[in-house]
Design a protein around this ligand. Sequence first.
Ligand code: PCA
Length: 327
Amino acid sequence: MTVRMTVTALAAVASLTAASTCAFAEEKWDMPLAYSATNYHSENATKFAEAVTAATGGKLKIVTHPGGSLFKGGEIFRAIRTGQAPIGERLVSALGNEDPIFEIDALPFLATSFEDAKKLYKASRPRMEEVLDEKGLKLLYAVPWPPQGLYSIKPIKAAADMKGLEFRAYNAATSRLAQLMGAVPAKIEAAELSQAFATGKAKSMISSGSTGYDRKIWEHVKYWYDVQAWLPKNMVIVNKEAWGKLDAATQKIVLEESAKAEDAGWAKAEELADWYKKKLAENGMTVEGPSDQLKSDFEAIGTTMTDEWLKKAGDKGKAVVDAYKAM
Ligand code: PCA
């Protein structure tokens, strides 16, 4: 009994001492992510979170929650905006109803290589930051997905073959694209994909090899056409109020680690793009380029969608496209 009491007393003294030597207030940030833990976006975000935690000596501890476990993809932007989560990651092009600038990321054939996607990012980042700032948010970093291709349970030689086919969309732009092909779109988050294809709710979609690989899409889908239509990005944003509570030294560390995460993420996406395609093929999928007809059908749809977007996005949108084209 005496010994137990002594141990308890010692532990109490030790924890008091630890508390008094911690001259700083510790802050814990939960960071919701929509995509699976093993996806490179999530792994990159987790590395970023760990690097910030280490570099601040635990003063700012960031903990990631992948796979939509804390907030689903469709809820993350609002959660950060309202301060329910201080930080998180969201697919940029899914935010078209917040502002048209975010949809520039999913305009077919505007930027189809990593190099052009980087230019488009440079050209659009100032406007993105302006819009986010008005909403009480700050952009930390953005990382692309590999080029987008067409998944289908049946061979597709032309857009006409998509007529009536159930199509999984991940934003308004992919819904519109489906509509223009005569397909039947339904918005479904990546985390719910396997279920949607298993039940036949989805029979086609446009996405990268990355998401097909993550969801073992070959269990349901046999064809992937490497259309290289665009490279959408995920962005990591922070609530400005939460940001304002950090001291200058901590903010500096977060910005430095964000820059590193951005560079690492772009490099990883590019490195993995071909690897994903190989994995789809190894698992029995037919992986090939689009037929000339399908390509020209997509190009025509891309022109329509770009025209529609320019009307919506007005002068500010046009200025971004012009800046991109001048690069
Ligand atoms: N994967 C994400 C968005 C773009 C991509 O390649 C998805 O399908 O949800």
